[in-house]
Design a protein. Structure first.
Length: 262
């Protein structure tokens, strides 16, 4: 039976409803589908965390101690992008489930991975802002998966979440299949930020997956225009594209052949 998707700003009655649904329909692991929990121990053990050293700009694993060639040639506006884990295996399946069958309980089960990554990279911010979905798409789905993750992560970090501080002013085509320049053009001018929430503050923009960073960069442009003093991009998972690397990293960090929307 299909589970009910609930709004991101979950009030106590909504959370009680989710818990009641879980009693009626026992949860299944978002990574492997086994019953018993939204994220099982076997899938958790298969996750590959991204560990320092990373490129200070884009956050890809980078052993050179300086920015990667891409960031040296085209420095990001963001203070930096960091991601907790590689977009591989069970985590990839879990993100897909969160994206298309959103449940706050799934986001809450995955949030410890993000909290660990936040601590590992010693990130600091005054507030969290999820990458906004277009209102039409959010109404169609009933939720925004980035907002679900931001809310769940905020519980670990004791930071405020302000989805209303950043909005998407127009819908865009999917980023799938686009190269980096096309991705950047696709999201240029798409976001607007409210200075009342942003001015003089350090902001972390939260999303599920980062591929090229184009969406996070577009968010940063709007946030800096609204007066943010620093903008970080932070995601649960990271796609490492083959074209992103000029040296072979191999092992767990071997590059992916294909990306996602971001």
């Amino acid at each position: 039976m299909r589970r009910i998707s609930l709004p991101v700003r979950l009030t106590l009655p909504f959370r009680i409803l989710e818990e009641a649904l879980d009693l009626l329909f026992p949860p299944r692991c978002a990574g492997c589908g086994r019953p018993g929990a939204f994220w099982c121990a076997a899938c958790a053990a298969a996750v590959i965390p991204i560990m320092p050293p990373v490129c200070p700009g884009c956050g890809i694993p980078w052993p050179e101690g300086d920015r990667c060639p891409t960031c040296r040639a085209d420095p990001p506006r963001l203070a930096g992008i960091r991601s907790a884990c590689l977009y591989r295996g069970p985590l990839r399946r879990a993100v897909h489930r969160l994206k298309f069958h959103g449940r706050y309980a799934v986001a809450r089960a995955l949030a410890p991975l993000m909290a660990d990554g936040w601590t590992r990279f010693a990130l600091e911010a005054d507030l969290l802002i999820p990458v906004p979905a277009h209102r039409g798409r959010e109404r169609q789905r009933g939720y925004n998966q980035a907002a679900l993750l931001a809310e769940a992560l905020a519980e670990h970090l004791s930071l405020p979440v302000h989805p209303e501080a950043l909005r998407r002013v127009r819908a865009t085509p999917s980023q799938v299949g686009l190269d980096h320049l096309a991705r950047r053009a696709n999201v240029q001018g798409v976001f607007q930020a409210d200075p009342r929430w942003i001015a003089g503050r350090r902001v972390a923009v939260i999303d599920d997956v980062c591929t090229s960073g184009a969406t996070l960069e577009a968010c940063a442009a709007a946030l800096y225009q609204a007066g943010a003093v620093a903008v970080w991009g932070f995601t649960l998972a990271r796609v490492i594209l083959r074209r992103s690397l000029s040296i072979p990293l191999g092992g767990a960090y071997g590059a992916d052949r294909a990306g996602t929307e971001h």
